[in-house]
Design a protein around this ligand. Sequence first.
Ligand code: ZN
Length: 386
Amino acid sequence: MFGVEGLRVVEAEAEAGGSVTVWVTTDHPGAAVCPECGTRSARVHEHVLTRPRDLRRGLDRVQVAWLKRRWKCGAPGCGRKTFTESLPDVPARCRLTGRLRGLLAAEVAERGCTVAEAGRWQHVSWPVTHAAFAERADPVLAQPPALVAHLGIDEHRRGRPRFAVDPGTGEHVLLADRWHTCIFDLSGEQGLLGQVEGRTADDAAYWLAQAVPAWRDAVQVVAIDMCSIYASAVRRMLPAALLVVDLFHVVQLAVKVTGDVRRRVVRARYGRRGRSGDAEYGVKGLLVRNLEHLRPEQFAKVMDTLGGNRHGQEILAAWIAKEKLRDALNLRARVTGSTPCERDVRGRLFGFYDWCAQHDDIPELVTLARTVSGGRTRSSPQCSQG
Ligand SMILES: [Zn+2]
């Protein structure tokens, strides 16, 4: 009933404070076999007590007290004088039962818990929990990735940069970059395929170069951000793939442009940064939201605050440009449920470009329109679903 193969419960006692002590002995045919020469021993050298960690029983902590035998190896010519019993589930020098290691690994791998959180409830330290997780993850990582049709490449910020002083030159050298490059399977089930340190074209190309040629040939579309660094890596390593800009980054840019215009206008009007109390400051949170997520009174607040004067109207024009661009992006199949027809996409994009052209006195909108038109020639409507 204890459930660990090879362990037999001798006695169990409830301790004060809600923990249970379970006394066990070994009951496994292989336990008395010398690990060096494979001879079964019949001579007990001594008894030793070990306390491997095990799962909780409900809310109670379980203390396993395992009375092991240390055997004498009498085989002639064997270098091993004595050996202690071990089990497949609790190998030599292992301080955790297999099922506890399995639970810790599953908490991280299946449930997405942090390593620290997975170990905390079982009173297992971070390094031991991480080792259990790595034991499970390494065989999976060793398998080559399956073919991917739609690949995503993006940067990811992780941890802090670390520097060291070069003893020769006295200059600081970067040991660990805080920026990583992540490679994703966008349309399949594989999720994150790889992560390399750094965010240069060489860093991305390095990972792509490790893949087998057949895998690289299978990639049809690569979605990246609007910066040219990854584009050059993809052109170098995956020349046949279609390069598209990820939808997230297009919207992110339009939102940033709205903020840029607001900051410039506020500085022109007050001669300083915006602060609470300014009319524009009160709606800055609303400007970054999607139009369809604004309540009617919030929409009215934006219009009333910004529509009344020349400065506000400039911010309003940038906000409307963002929404016109989103209008075109909202034709994607994930929103509408059907593949967009090219004429509709053209029509809505025309609306965006036309609006930017009418407001060509706002330099940020001119730049945005130019960037989007440059990005669009490389993308196709059915592929920019991000
Ligand atoms: Zn032996």
